[in-house]
Design a protein around this ligand. Structure first.
Ligand SMILES: [Zn+2]
Length: 229
């Protein structure tokens, strides 16, 4: 088992993020992240490409196949051993069933951030027993909603993840989760870690610089979207 830092919510050019999977991998090495997931909106493509590149370039980072799925109730991060078929805008309980059948791990993203489509208390209760962890700390959510998620996780007896939700390179690793994991086991090691090991969310105040960088990108991509291919 190794104690590592993970950032499990990153966007690439395969959805609305600025960096390519290659750039994300380089930044993750620099930030000493040993486990990452590229969770593009409604697609596994970013993480699949990062896995291919990490193998090709012999980069010692475990990349989890991930997706930030927009359900009818809000956003859920999905981590899987292989991409799975998901219809657009599934019901939350439908997604939860598919995740369960496929051995994926579902983690609600920023659950109390209504502006950014969190699933809220209703969604958390709906997921119930199938839930192992909640994204309590998102680097671009307010302290208020992050604290609320933390309190709710305690109330439900669930663990907390801290993630960057980076859409630009600078934000990668801004928040992270420290966990004990057997890296040799790949996705299975992650599954065991999230189910049975303690998780330590590593978070602090997000700097104005990161917000400015995010706003810069959200303007820039409206003028000229980044080509991923
Ligand atoms: Zn996101």
């Amino acid at each position: 088992m190794t104690k590592i830092q993970a950032d499990l919510h990153i966007h690439s050019c395969y959805s609305d993020g600025e960096p390519t999977p290659r750039e994300i991998l380089m930044k993750a090495v620099q930030k000493k992240l040993r486990v990452i997931s590229i969770t593009d909106h409604n697609t596994f493509l970013g993480s699949v490409e990062a896995i291919r590149l990490a193998k090709e370039k012999k980069i010692d980072i475990l990349v989890l196949i991930g997706n930030e799925v927009r359900t009818l109730l809000g956003d859920v991060l999905l981590y899987c051993s292989a991409p799975i078929e998901i219809k657009p805008y599934p019901d939350l309980d439908e997604l939860s069933d598919i995740a369960d059948e496929s051995g994926c791990i579902a983690v609600p993203a920023h659950p109390f951030d209504r502006v950014r489509k969190g699933i809220g208390a209703k969604g958390l209760e709906l997921l119930g027993k199938k839930l192992y962890a909640i994204e309590c700390y998102n680097a671009f959510s307010s302290k208020l909603v992050n604290d609320k998620a933390h309190k709710y996780a305690e109330f439900l007896g669930k663990k907390c993840l801290a993630n960057s939700d980076a859409h630009t390179l600078k934000a990668i690793g801004a928040f992270s989760t420290i966990m004990e994991i057997d890296l040799e086991e790949g996705f299975e090691g992650f599954r065991k870690a999230i189910i049975s090991q303690p998780l330590e969310p590593n978070h602090h105040e997000t700097t104005l610089l990161l917000y400015l960088d995010k706003w810069r990108w959200s303007l820039a991509r409206r003028i000229k979207p980044r080509e991923c291919f």
